[in-house]
Design a binder for this molecule. Structure first.
Ligand SMILES: Cc1cc2nc3c(=O)[nH]c(=O)nc-3n(C[C@H](O)[C@H](O)[C@H](O)COP(=O)(O)OP(=O)(O)OC[C@H]3O[C@@H](n4cnc5c(N)ncnc54)[C@H](O)[C@@H]3O)c2cc1C
Length: 441
């Protein structure tokens, strides 16, 4: 059973699937009175998952322990009881038929089902909208993530539909959503433990285990500002404003990847605290154009990594963040678990934040906002550059000297027109979108 293909053009039938799924499963009211014990269900769930966490411990998890205590201190009153599926998500829905005829014919995987508070399922289902909103790696590692940009209802719409069909006011789900996050974290701790023990058995679990390991090794020190990172995509030898041109190779060799390529404009890499480089390169040059690239974490002290030189911007060292660098990777070898998400996910990761912004703007109800924001990214740097240029003219020689900040401001704003993706590329993509929109209307 695979998750049905999600495309925007199918959004009406997709909404029908959801309404159907919502009606079939999420409403309680079962007559199977001996199927489980609804009394004390939430307390029992908490103890079960606490035991699960205790059995999965491989390290200190103070945040998770705090969440557990907070959940235990604030267990909500169960307003209704019914069947709880226990693992309710899109890829447990069996869909038959095509196009507008497609509908949910069954919900699978009932082995965890019992009687209890049905809002537990709603909270868990909501989790998959949150996962889709995460940048890159984790979202792409979870196939059941629900992406409203692909035509599914928004989370608010799903909850409102649930409430309508259940005949209840829109439920307060804070506790249930926190509980879902807790359960998922406990599951991940279990996968992490097995991964550490070498017990994960397929690529998906390996990838997930690797993600937790990366998070522990790099993300936590990054968040605590103990180390910094630099992003290495742009290359001197290819037109890098189109990331599909990137030429650096990332080649699998047993349990490692070997990286060869030359990068430049890696902002912040001159800072000695930049302990890791996130390198974009090709794992499969024969794959589909947008599936050739991957991203991988390369520690600065890896043998074969050479920070060749610092780059200046109009002669300024632009050193607030440490400075931009040119870096060469010669047979730099890192563990395979350093790959971020999967092979071929590089392009998707690079676009994840942009897509999330676009989705937020769309779900916030202003479809025009995308166009407006792109226009702002084009017009504002140009406008500011013109203002600084006129101020320089006004100041005469002082304007281009180091005695006023104007020359440095000019250098900064002029280079922003390249650093944030060349504004000409934004302009041409905006133009293309406008032409397509007009042609479609
Ligand atoms: C201050 C600064 C900081 C940066 N920080 C980083 C960083 O941290 N990490 C990183 O990887 N990179 C970084 N960059 C690099 C930046 O992302 C690239 O310079 C930019 O994407 C352009 O790529 P390129 O230099 O290869 O130019 P090219 O791709 O060779 O483009 C050259 C020119 O051709 C034009 N052009 C290209 N394609 C089109 C098109 N389709 N339509 C119209 N015109 C087009 C553009 O106007 C562009 O100015 C930084 C750059 C600067 C200046």
């Amino acid at each position: 059973m695979r998750r049905p293909e999600l495309t925007p053009t199918r959004s009406r039938s997709r909404r029908a699937h959801h309404a159907d799924a919502t009606r079939r499963r999420l409403i309680g009211g079962s007559r199977l009175s001996d199927f489980g014990r609804p009394d004390g269900f939430l307390d029992r769930q908490l103890s079960t998952w606490r035991r699960q966490l205790d059995a999965s411990r491989s390290r200190e998890t103070p945040d998770l322990d705090r969440l557990q205590t907070a959940l235990e201190a604030d267990v909500p009153e169960t307003a209704r009881t019914g069947i709880v599926h226990g693992d309710f998500r899109l890829d447990n829905a069996l869909v038959i038929g095509e196009g507008d005829q497609a509908h949910v014919s069954a919900i699978l995987d009932w082995e965890m089902a019992t009687l209890g508070d049905p809002l537990v399922d709603v909270g868990m289902f909501a989790m998959y909208w949150e996962i889709a909103g995460l940048p890159g790696a984790l979202a792409s590692a979870v196939p059941s993530a629900v992406d409203p940009a692909a035509g599914t209802p928004s989370l608010d719409e799903m909850i409102a539909e649930y409430a309508r069909q259940a005949g209840i006011p829109v439920p307060e789900l804070h506790w249930y959503r926190a509980f879902a996050a807790y359960k998922l974290a406990v599951v991940l701790e279990g996968i992490h433990l097995r991964y550490q023990q070498g017990g994960t058995v397929d690529d998906g679990f390996d990838q997930m285990g690797g993600l937790v390991a990366q998070k522990e090794q790099w993300l936590r020190p990054l968040l605590n500002a103990e180390i910094r990172s630099a992003f290495c995509m742009t290359e001197p030898d290819v037109a890098s404003s189109d990331a599909t041109n990137i030429d650096t190779r990332i080649v699998r060799d047993g349990d490692h990847y070997v990286i060869n390529g030359r990068k430049w404009w890696s902002t912040g890499a001159m800072n000695p605290d930049a302990a890791i480089f996130i390198v974009m390169g090709k794992t499969d040059p024969e794959a589909d154009r947008h599936r050739q690239q991957s991203m991988i974490v390369v520690p600065r002290d890896t043998s074969g990594v050479e920070v060749v030189r610092p780059l200046t911007v109009f002669g300024y060292d632009d050193r607030d963040h440490g400075g931009h660098a040119e870096i060469v990777f010669r047979d730099a070898r890192v563990p395979a678990s350093n790959l971020i998400a999967g092979e071929g996910d590089g392009f998707a990761i690079a676009q994840a934040l942009v897509l999330k912004t676009a989705w937020l703007m769309d779900t916030a109800g202003n479809k025009q906002a995308m166009t407006e924001i792109q226009s702002i990214k084009i017009a504002v740097p140009r406008g500011v550059q013109q203002i600084v240029d006129r101020a320089i003219q006004l100041y005469g020689g002082a304007g281009v000297s180091g005695d006023t900040p104007l020359a440095e401001m000019y250098a900064g704003i002029r280079s922003l027109r390249l650093a944030d993706g060349p504004d000409e590329v934004h302009l041409s993509s905006l133009g293309r979108a406008q032409v397509l929109r007009r042609a479609g209307s």
